[in-house]
Design a protein around this ligand. Structure first.
Ligand code: 1SD
Ligand code: ZN
Length: 250
């Protein structure tokens, strides 16, 4: 695939005014009591038989069960369909969103589709208000015990065409920071960060990072993309333009 600077040749939306990711400049954030009065409700439970694949630009875990989010900035109920991540070759870069221009080593994306308005994820994917993505910053520190269930299987999906691997039980809740951290976030209207860059995503970027070990991030960097080792698979930040970044904290 061509580099992000050329995506607009094939996907004109990539040049739009509501693109993601963005740099979150804290001095611009607008605290909204509203978001706390109707707190974001994340109802996740353990999923059996999730499928792990190599998409060519990330790993992806597709989940089938009823994990939903609602309230907070959301006017509809959204169901979790998959998670994947973006990371760097080195620890000082890798996340898609930046905070005051600072990157984290990795950013996990939990992708949800609007089940109030649409029949399925395929329909929601291209439609207004179709998606809500939770972004979880990840820094290098202690070993993440629960994530290891996925890390252990990565060697089976080194290449894009490798067969999907079943993960017998995984609770996506284990990818979230501690309970108070789940209600500390920024939210704004944006897009998919990969083509077709559709502008129908409510972004919820959690403030508090989780930690994984340097051995664990090395296992992600050992995956293969179409052109070599999979790393630096993040899109550079896009202009905020006329958008507000709302927050649940001051
Ligand atoms: O990059 C992902 C893309 O791989 C796909 O998962 C899409 C929606 O399902 O989401 C984008 S992103 O905006 O979540 N990075
Ligand atoms: Zn993503």
């Amino acid at each position: 695939m061509l580099g992000p600077e050329k995506w607009h040749n094939d996907y004109p939306l990539a040049n739009g005014h509501y693109q993601s990711p963005i740099d979150i400049e804290c001095s611009q954030q607008i605290f909204q009591q509203d978001l706390l009065d109707h707190p974001l409700k994340i109802t996740y439970s353990p999923c059996s038989d999730s499928l792990l694949t190599n998409t060519g630009s990330s790993f992806m875990v597709a989940l089938g069960q009823d994990c939903v989010i609602q309230d907070g900035p959301l006017s509809y109920e959204y169901e979790l369909v998959q998670f994947h991540a973006h990371w760097g070759k080195e620890d000082y870069r890798g996340s898609e969103h930046t905070v005051n221009k600072t990157s984290h080593a990795m950013e996990i994306h939990l992708v949800h589709w609007n089940k109030t308005l649409y029949k399925n994820v395929t329909e929601a994917f291209s439609q207004p208000h179709g998606l809500a993505v939770i972004g979880v910053f990840t820094k290098i520190g202690s070993h993440h015990d629960k994530l290891q269930a996925i890390v252990d299987q990565l060697h089976k999906i080194t290449h894009q065409n490798d067969e999907a691997v079943k993960i017998s039980s995984f609770n996506p809740e284990d990818l979230l920071p501690n309970p108070q951290g789940r209600n500390a976030y920024w939210t704004y209207q944006g897009s998919l960060t990969t083509p077709p860059c559709t502008e129908n995503v409510t972004w919820i970027v959690l403030r508090d990072p989780i930690e994984i070990s340097s051995e664990q991030i090395t296992a992600f960097r050992d995956l293969q993309s179409r052109d070599g080792k999979m790393m630096d698979n993040f899109r550079p930040v896009q202009s905020l333009n006329n958008r507000q970044i709302r927050s649940t904290f001051r």
